[in-house]
Structures are given as C-alpha cells and as structure tokens.
Design a protein around this ligand. Sequence first.
Ligand code: NDP
Ligand code: MG
Length: 399
Amino acid sequence: MGSLTLPRKVVVLGSTGSIGLSTLSLFEESGVPVEILALTAGRNVERLIAQARQWRPAVAVIEDETKLAALKDGLAGTGVRAAAGAAAVAEAAAMGADWVMSAIVGAAGLAPTVAAAETGAVIALANKESLVCAGPALLAIAKAAGGSVIPVDSEHSAIFQVLQPDCAHRVARLILTASGGPFRTWDKAAMAAATPEQAIAHPNWSMGAKISVDSATMMNKGLEMIEASYLFDTPEAKIDVVVHPQSVIHSLVEYTDGSTLAQLGPPDMRSPISCAFAWPDRLEWPAARLDLAAYGQLTFESPDLDRFPLLDIAREALRLEGGAPTAMNAANEVAVAAFLDRRIGFLDIAAAVAGTLERMNSLGNLAVAQSDAVENAMMIDASARRIAAEVVAQKHRRL
Ligand code: NDP
Ligand code: MG
C-alpha cells in the first residue's frame, strides 16, 4: 500500500489551547511518528510544562516572560530548552519544521505565522485572525517561500476538501455553515443581558473563550467569510452563510452547473487537523464516524441579521477591503476582551466594532491597504485597538 510522506518535524503554536490540545491528542491517537521541535503557550505554564515533559520538544516557549523562571524549574533535568517572550515564539515558528500548527488566538498569532510562512513550511492555519488581519500578504509570503497554507477552520477545511482545483472558475458560491451559537433562538432582550458564561457555552464545539464569544455574536462567521475570500480568492458576493444547528455539514461549494458538494463529519476539530496534517494523503486513525440515522434530520435556516449585525458589518468590511477587515478584527478582539471582563454587555460588542470602524473611517485610517505588507496591517491593527479601547471605555462609563 503506497503512502505519501507525512510531515515529521512539527511545531505547535498555541499548544495549551483548545486546538493545540486537539493537535497533540490527534498525534497520540493516530500514533504518527512526529518529532516536535517546539511547543508554545501564552500564559499557562503548568500545562506547557506537562506537555513538554510528555512530548520532549527541543524548546518550550512561554510568551509571558514573567513565567520563564517557573518554566525553567518545571523543565529541569528534561533537556528541553525553555524560552520566553513574543520574539522567542516567532523564533520557534521558524525552526525549520515541515509542518506548523498555527493555533494562537487573535492577531497575536500573525507574527509567528508569518515567521513560519517565511521558512516555506506547510502551515496548518487555525488562527483565522492572522488571515483576516493580513491575509493577502501572509498568503503571498507563504507562496514565495514555496510553502502552503492549509485551513484548519472546519468550514474552510470542508471547502478545501471539495473544491476541485481545475474547476475553481466554475464556483458559483461558497456556502459556509454556522451553528448559530448559544443564542440562536434568544430574543434581543435576553441577548442584551447575556453573561460571559452563557456566551461561551457553545452547543456543539468546545473551544477557547474568544472564539466561543465570536460564535455567540456570529462574528466568527463574519471572520470566516473574510478568511474564505482570501483563501479561495472569492469575492464577497459569492460567499453565503446558512445556519445549520447540528454542525454536521461543515460547508458547501456550489458550482455553475447547479451541483453542490458538501463535506460532513462529527464536530471534532481533530478531523480538519488530520486533513491538514496528511494532505494530500489521509490519516487512518480511530476517528468518530458519522451516524446519520442517529441524527435523524439535519436542519437549516437563514441567519438573523438584526440580532447578529456583525455578520453584515464583516461583509461590509470585506466589500470595503483596504484596512477595514484588519480594523474590524482588532476592534472585535478589544470588545470581546471587555465583554469577558464584564466591562460591556453582549450587544455592546457589535456596537463597539461598528463605532471603531466609523471613527477609523472618518480619520481616513482605513484607506491604507492591509494587503501591501504585514507591517501596514500591524499599524492598522494597533490604531484600531487604541480607538476601540476608547469606544469601549465610553460604553463602560454608560453602563
Ligand atoms: P484558546 O484560547 O483555547 O488557545 C489559544 C492559544 O494561544 C493558547 O495556547 C494560548 O496560551 C495561546 N496564546 C494566547 N495569547 C497568546 C499570545 N499573545 N502569544 C502567544 N500565545 C498566545 O483558543 P482556541 O484553541 O480555541 O483557538 C485558537 C485559534 O484557532 C483561534 O484563532 C480560533 O479562532 C481558531 N479556531 C479554533 C477552533 C476551536 O475549535 N477551538 C475552531 C476553528 C478555529 P495560554 O492558554 O497558555 O495562555
Ligand atoms: Mg469555523
């Protein structure tokens, strides 16, 4: 039985998060012989130490420099090097791995993902914010270095799997499925009073706090429209969203002849991770299989743009191009952090993103094209964060 060559040397950026854990779990369950060059974390030093003790990477990196002493202590006698700081995370990304899992949350993942892209590695991209922030520049860097970016986001993995490379010009629509999140059936008054605990209790997926809130506001689907547009070079007008509460159909591609192809599977992120790991081969591992009869029925509905305005705001940002997607993403990160911190209410997230974009636009700050260079995107990101912090502070004072 012939088998294509699987990646051997890997780096996992964001190993202590939900996607990082799923990645290591997949390695364990599938028994693939990987050599882990680096594991990186943000602040969870205990979990990083435990992972490094199990997987024995060459280096374990913690972004929070105040935790370096604890990391060194925890790794004493293991031979695993300890490092700290954002620059060390980017260095770990560029260690020369065949395959890099990009699973840091937020635009903080951009610099390490770019560093990995510059080495020509295959990048398994979970960190959608880096694409939204600087997608065209990031993809160009990967291409120029002879590497590739394979989506891990389940919707984009689905599209990637059913997109026929020879028929890209025959795509009529990319159709992203959305679970609708925990507030799919809530009215606006209930949403206004929603707590962080309620927002992060996702019905189908267990994920990090930030993306869980994004699912609850449906900004996640907005970010994913932009991600899809960049990854598959498809204009906004050809990208649709349909709510599918069971999260079994992960997305669809409609062709010009009226044929629509979909990818299905149980909601388990190890499935798209395994696809990104083995592509164009497939792994054989004890994955849960889909039992359609057990589901009985799959249902679909249109998203409610009145209760989930961020979907429209994201569509508009994509239409505007320039720095709008970058600024929108940054404002959303600031607003979600404020909501999780109980400084603003749930519906204030969308209002803060809209308010930031308006101010950025009136200052002429959106005219800079983020596609020009990663540095431009980082500048827009920084100025949007400053403005978003002011907008959030105003809302907080009013609460
Ligand atoms: P988590 O919050 O669970 O994990 C985030 C990871 O990033 C952690 O390892 C965290 O470290 C690390 N991190 C946070 N901030 C920094 C920083 N400033 N510098 C370096 N590392 C940092 O998020 P998820 O795993 O849920 O999501 C990761 C990415 O994947 C996101 O972009 C998300 O949108 C995307 N994604 C996630 C899915 C999911 O099912 N979870 C599905 C599709 C996409 P620590 O915890 O140690 O602080
Ligand atoms: Mg997704």
